[in-house]
Design a protein around this ligand. Structure first.
Ligand code: FE2
Ligand code: FE2
Length: 237
């Protein structure tokens, strides 16, 4: 049995939070790996990434992360990723990390993802250059995730994004903002790339589970949704 602890939207600030540190350490102690599905910081400051590292100091299992939109806010995303990588955390951006967990090779494939909406209502490749750039980034994030999943060498493939790949986990959010919360291009990647399970964050007011059109379970592990710091998942090896 593979045990995954997952969370998103930790939004670390300027001082370490003792309760978050204790909860993460406790969850990780019962897991084989810890997934961080973006929005690691509050305002995207490298100093806040160091706060996060302090909060994760007692986590002894491998940590795999993607960045979220907040982590880009101060244009310090490279410094944030570098600080995390220097501490041994895998920060994924269209690539994967494979770990042997309880005897099974598990590939965690990740990218931040992007907005753009879902299905036939998704943003089209049309109109002003600015709109077409948004469309291009939405497509590109899907392409990156699919490429990571296709090239992953594990027996089990886990997809990790910040943005939501399906709208089912957005139930509870104002429907007017759904297009800003995710993109179905990510779900297409999850299905085409053969993921076994997917995790995301970003939707603080959504619900915790849904499935892709291809039947892959999707879990929204945003902290306000899971009502705690981490949620534990068990997968058959
Ligand atoms: Fe967030
Ligand atoms: Fe976010």
């Amino acid at each position: 049995m593979i045990r995954i602890a997952a969370t998103a939207d930790l939004h670390s600030g300027d001082r370490p939070r003792k309760d978050v540190a204790e909860a993460c350490a406790e969850a990780a102690a019962r897991a084989d790996v810890l997934l961080l599905c973006g929005d690691l910081t509050r305002r995207g400051k490298a100093s806040q990434a160091r706060t996060l590292l302090a909060e994760l100091e007692e986590v002894k299992v491998p940590i795999v992360a993607v960045l979220g939109n907040h982590d880009f806010h101060s244009s310090e995303q490279e410094a944030i990723a570098a600080a995390l990588r220097a501490a041994g955390i895998s920060v994924l951006d269209g690539d994967f990390a494979t770990h042997t967990l309880d005897g099974a090779r598990v590939s965690i494939c990740g990218t931040k993802g992007f907005c753009g909406g879902f299905g036939i209502r998704a943003l089209p490749d049309f109109g002003e250059p600015s709109m077409r750039r948004l469309h291009a980034e939405m497509i590109e994030e899907g392409v990156k995730l699919e490429a990571a999943l296709r090239s992953a060498n594990g027996d089990i493939k886990v997809a990790v994004t910040h943005y939501a790949p399906i709208s089912a986990t957005l139930q509870g959010e104002d429907q007017q903002i759904w297009p800003f919360l995710g993109s179905s291009r990510l779900a297409e990647a999850i299905d085409a790339g053969g993921a076994d399970i997917a995790f995301h964050g970003h939707s603080h007011y959504g619900v915790d589970r849904g499935t892709t059109p291809g039947g892959v379970p999707v879990h929204n592990v945003s902290m306000p949704v899971i009502k705690g710091c981490c949620r534990l998942f068990e997968l058959e090896g």
